[in-house]
Design a protein around this ligand. Structure first.
Ligand SMILES: [Zn+2]
Length: 244
């Protein structure tokens, strides 16, 4: 199987790329490089379009990891056009949707920076994101104070950057791992870390905005008890009630 270069990892703002089809499997195709993020780490797979050399445009309805970790499946809706390995295509993501994921995903990092507890799950959607924390018994989370703190960090426009360490360094620093269930992206001996100023540093393979101000105003929609120690915090864009 041919490896796919994940351009979204180093260039999360790249909306389109030229790529060569490496494999076709049913409704899915694999490319030698892509801007499409495959579902993982609580972030949905990208949607968008593939422009074929004969001019046909096919919708990509979802993106998933393939059977091997370095292969990415672009899942197509039925449509016209000739698809075959070797063809050069243009891959274009639905940027509006992806950017919302990037904003919400980064917002969940912010929450995890000041809520005292391990992350036991996270999921980003079109309009809201949720994150589960395992807290000590009796620990309480206050909706208004979480919302105030989040918006304060958004207003501070803190830079979000990435860096790489090798697997051995990560083994030596278990404090970096904040999740029980989401394994950091490993591969070729390196792990990508996401740093939000002095606030947060954790391994993550998702896509993020470059500074917290880009997230925009947030509201904490609710805090739910999900088991004795588990608290689920749901955040949404503060303007979502107006714009949608
Ligand atoms: Zn992340």
């Amino acid at each position: 199987m041919a490896a796919c270069t994940p351009l979204f990892r180093d260039y999360p703002y790249m909306r389109a790329c030229a790529a060569r089809i490496t494999r076709v499997e049913g409704d899915s195709l694999c490319l030698d490089r892509t801007v499409f993020y495959p579902q993982g780490g609580g972030q949905p797979g990208d949607s968008g379009v593939i422009r074929l050399p004969d001019g046909a445009i096919r919708l990509v309805v979802d993106t998933q990891k393939g059977a091997s970790s370095d292969e990415i499946l672009h899942i197509l809706a039925p449509g016209p056009g000739h698809i075959a390995p070797g063809l050069l295509v243009d891959a274009v993501i639905d940027w509006r949707r992806r950017h919302r994921f990037m904003r919400l995903h980064t917002a969940l990092h912010l929450l995890s920076a000041f809520v005292p507890g391990q992350i036991s799950g996270a999921q980003v959607g079109d309009d809201k994101g949720r994150i589960d924390f395992a807290l000590d018994e009796g620990a309480k989370l206050d909706k208004d104070s979480l919302q105030f703190k989040l918006n304060q960090l958004v207003a501070e426009d803190v830079p979000v950057t990435s860096e790489w360490i090798d697997d051995d360094e990560l083994e030596a620093r278990p404090d970096l791992i904040k999740t029980f269930t989401i394994r950091p992206p490993k591969g070729s001996g390196h792990v990508r870390l996401i740093r939000i100023g002095a606030l947060d540093l954790q391994p993550c393979g998702g896509t993020h905005v470059s500074a917290t101000g880009e997230i925009g105003p947030l509201s904490v929609a609710r805090i739910e008890n999900k088991g004795r120690h588990n608290r689920r915090v749901t955040v949404e864009f503060a303007d979502s009630k107006i714009s949608n």
